[in-house]
Design a protein around this ligand. Sequence first.
Ligand code: APR
Length: 232
Amino acid sequence: MKVVVLTGAGISAESGVPTFRDADGLWEGHRVEDVATPEAYELSPTTVHRFYDARRAALLSVDPNPAHTALARLEQSLGDDLLVITQNIDDLHERAGSERVLHMHGELRSALCRACHGRHRWDHDLVDLPPCPGCGVTELRPDVVWFGEIPYEMDRIAVELARADLFVSIGTSGAVYPAAGFVRQAMRYGARTLELNLEPSEGTVWFHEARHGRAGDLVPEWVAELLAGVSR
Ligand code: APR
């Protein structure tokens, strides 16, 4: 059975990583247009760098929670039959042990060179404009997909959604496309669909089944069911 899991900020909430659209979420304290668009970066790279540098540094003080570790456990059983597509730019899936993770919105621990287009593992600040390790030009930007940009690996995602027998969406509001449309894509090709989220997402009606509660409770329960061979 092929399983595709889509994760969003809600899976990392119990680790202490702020979500975007909840009360106290990142978009309560910042205007999207000021920090998460190519235009913002053109206007004030320093503001944008400070925003992402702070979030990169904050990764050092958070740890994966039981939802991340349950998905890593599932991967140990399913191997290539599980793919986690995450909208998250944190590294908590990897730190929990997951290896088959696709970061469609990029990664905080990566820098993208605007000159040579190289992507480099990055654990430092970018605000002081360090040179690109590949070409030496000082054009490194956060390797994150901003509003108005095309997410990574959309071709591969389309293939994986078409092959999925089960599509599970975890901790995402369903407010941002193209990820919000994955449930309908998977369903069109015959997948069963399940939502695990704190509250009904914007796309909750598209799922065959929706369970509402904390990811740290719901995901380990669902993984245990799946591993026990209970098909829900
Ligand atoms: N367990 C499960 N779900 C939770 C939890 C939790 N502990 N806490 C919050 N949630 C749910 C919220 O109810 C909400 O529906 O997680 C969802 C988070 O939604 P958003 O903040 O909109 O985050 P996300 O869906 O990942 O945002 C998508 O928007 O701003 C962009 O690029 C950014 O990747 C991000 C994209």
